[in-house]
Unconditional design. Structure first.
Length: 259
């Protein structure tokens, strides 16, 4: 009942695998000042992680671009999605990237990694296509006591931190997911990650956003806060950064191609 009351009216009647849902979510992000500010912060982190072309040559690829606006801030990036929709340069599958070896200097994404049905295949592709010094950078859901409560009860996507697999059945382009997958791969199974992918060094895991994304309503629910309260809430969240392992709902993750 609570989910129904908070559901954003624009996306009612559209499934997650419908390209129209993705395009509507782009409109929602831009029209909700509080949520847009979150995305601007996330994009700022992604852009800051991209190595200079003089240091690491190659193109910049964004995965799962359909609902966002990164290209407005980073015009050089190649936008992509798993299906055709407005404002996207390429339709592609992250498990089989149509790029030559060592041809990318960055692969960027927001809320995409946990939708890839086989992240082992993606990480092999990242290792292959990134030039030496290139980066994979992402903002993703994270597993903490607080986030488990929210993701299991208020979020429409599966959240299964106990699974032993890095993959899940692909029920549709976007409907399949495990929101706990970033935590599984980059925290719980990080020793396995280092063993299987020696060319990808895990450089950064930064936990954040215990409340602000929830208060924004995200892309599927109504906003619970006006945009003018974004700054004081972010100040509060930064003050609680020491408790990130208990409260954070998201993590900024960066891996670098080392050889």
């Amino acid at each position: 009942m609570l989910k129904q009351l908070l559901a954003h009216p624009l996306t009612r009647g559209f499934g997650p695998d419908d390209p129209r849902t993705t395009e509507l979510r782009r409109k929602i992000i831009k029209k909700k000042p509080f949520l847009r500010k979150i995305y601007e912060e996330w994009y700022g982190d992604l852009i800051a992680a991209v190595p200079a072309s003089t240091v690491c040559p190659g193109q910049v690829l964004e995965l799962g671009s359909g609902g966002g606006f990164l290209k407005e801030l980073l015009p050089e990036c190649i936008t992509s999605e798993v299906f055709s929709c407005n404002g996207v340069d390429r339709v592609l599958d992250a498990r089989a990237l149509p790029f030559a070896d060592a041809s990318l200097r960055a692969i960027l994404m927001v809320d995409v990694f946990h939708h890839i049905p086989d992240v082992t295949a993606f990480l092999h592709e990242a290792e292959r296509t990134l030039a030496s010094g290139g980066i994979v950078a992402m903002w993703e859901p994270w597993n903490t006591p607080w986030s488990r409560l929210i993701y299991k009860n208020l979020h429409p996507e599966p959240f299964e931190p106990e699974t032993t697999s890095w993959s899940f059945p692909a029920s549709g382009p976007l409907s399949g997911a495990n929101s706990a997958l970033p935590w599984i791969v980059f925290e719980r199974d990080k020793a396995e990650l280092a063993s299987v992918f020696p060319g990808l060094k895990l450089e950064t895991i930064r936990l954040d956003y215990p409340f602000s994304y929830l208060l924004s309503g995200g892309v599927s629910m109504r906003t619970l806060m006006p945009g003018c309260l974004f700054s004081p809430i972010r100040i509060l969240e930064r003050g609680l950064s020491l408790f990130g392992k208990h409260l954070a709902m998201f993590s900024f993750i960066a891996l670098r191609r080392t050889s």
